[in-house]
Design a protein around this ligand. Structure first.
Ligand SMILES: [Mg+2]
Length: 360
């Protein structure tokens, strides 16, 4: 392993039951009750559940009808994203006091590289403690923190004793810790993969480690290399402070969900205009077109195409966008939102003209 990678100090911060905790903070009468943030309607979805609700088996991304069956007294509140976003900015300000190397993953979650920390605290654990205390003081909310020597283990650590926990996985603990870890607790192993692994006799990290790279690739495709690495406690992905993900996009949410191609294509038409006009006005020429569909259960898919030359005009944008859309058909569920974006911009400035040599 690269010695610099071995010396990294990474913290993963994850707010506990974030949306639900904000609602409890702002409405004390909700405290201690089983609470779900999300839509209570027939086709609503739970976006976050308080720990009280989780006791009944209520989970985020669960259909609200299912949640209500599990917990008949479940209280639903509508999400207030503008409040969550404001809290998110406050916690990022706390992170920024300690390190410039911050990779936000969600409104309530981020990786920090604190190999060098701005306040000169002696250890990463001390930084994590300070961050948790500052978040509580500034927002009245509780964060869990995981401290380790890579992102994978920091993420596992923040989840390990949640809620209201700080957990550290040191380099000497790492391999044994991963070996004992149930496969379902590996970040990147979802319920479907977990079931598949269990059918194959993989219950823990130790079982996973017994599989060689080739067999993992054959069985799990491109994820095989990741499983091979993390089964050994390896993860060399850096914390990415500045995601260069400039894009110009537009999206629209439907009043009624639909799975009909014609309707979706018609909804895209004004978005092509808007996005093309936006890029054109800035003189930006993009090589990548990305289509996004969000479904009624809030799952989403994106499809992108990158060209060797910039998208020439609005007609070309439309042709690529519709092609990406038709590639998603037939849809197995209805969509609630469609979006299109341009990215991969060419540098705007012209090349410097060649300096004609005057001779020596
Ligand atoms: Mg969270």
């Amino acid at each position: 392993m690269d010695p610099e990678v071995a010396l990294r100090k990474i913290i993963h911060i994850d707010m506990d039951a974030f949306y639900a905790s904000v609602e409890e903070r702002d409405e004390p009468s909700l405290r201690g009750l089983p609470l779900a943030v999300g839509g209570s309607r027939e086709r609503g979805v739970v976006m976050a559940a308080s720990y009280e609700a989780r006791r009944f088996g209520v989970r985020s991304a669960m259909p609200s009808a299912t949640a209500r069956r599990l917990c008949p007294d479940l209280l639903f509140v509508k999400p207030r994203f503008e409040v969550y976003r404001a809290v998110s900015e406050e916690i990022r300000a706390v992170f920024a006091r300690h390190t410039p190397v911050i990779e936000p993953v969600a409104l309530d979650e981020a990786y920090l590289d604190v190999t060098e920390n701005l306040l000169g605290l002696p250890t990463a654990t001390a930084v994590a403690k300070a961050i948790r205390a500052e978040i509580l003081e500034r927002t009245g909310l509780v964060a869990s923190a995981g401290v380790s020597y890579n992102k994978f283990l920091a993420k596992v650590a923040s989840d390990y004793r949640k809620p209201d926990a700080l957990f550290v996985i040191t380099p000497s603990m790492g391999p044994d810790f991963v070996a004992a870890l149930p496969i379902g607790r590996f970040h990147g192993v979802g319920p479907v993969t977990e079931a598949k692994m269990k059918r194959l006799g993989i219950e823990t990290g130790a079982d996973l480690r017994a599989w060689d790279l080739e067999r993992l690739r054959e069985t799990f495709g491109s994820a095989g290399a990741y499983y091979h690495a993390v089964a050994r406690g390896f993860d060399e992905r850096p914390v990415r402070a500045h995601r260069v993900r400039k894009s110009i996009g537009a999206e629209t949410t439907f009043s009624e969900d639909t799975a009909a191609y014609d309707i979706l294509a018609a909804r895209l038409a004004p978005l092509f205009d808007k996005v093309w006009a936006g890029a054109d006005a800035k003189g930006m020429r993009a090589r990548t077109v990305t289509l996004k569909l969000k479904f009624s259960d809030f799952a989403q898919v994106t499809r992108a195409r990158s060209l060797s030359a910039p998208v020439a005009d609005r007609v070309a944008l439309e042709r690529i966008g519709l092609d990406l859309l038709s590639g998603l058909f037939p849809l197995r569920r209805s969509a609630r939102l469609i979006g299109i974006a341009l990215s991969g911009f060419e540098q705007g400035e012209k090349e410097e003209p060649l300096q004609l040599g005057l001779g020596l």
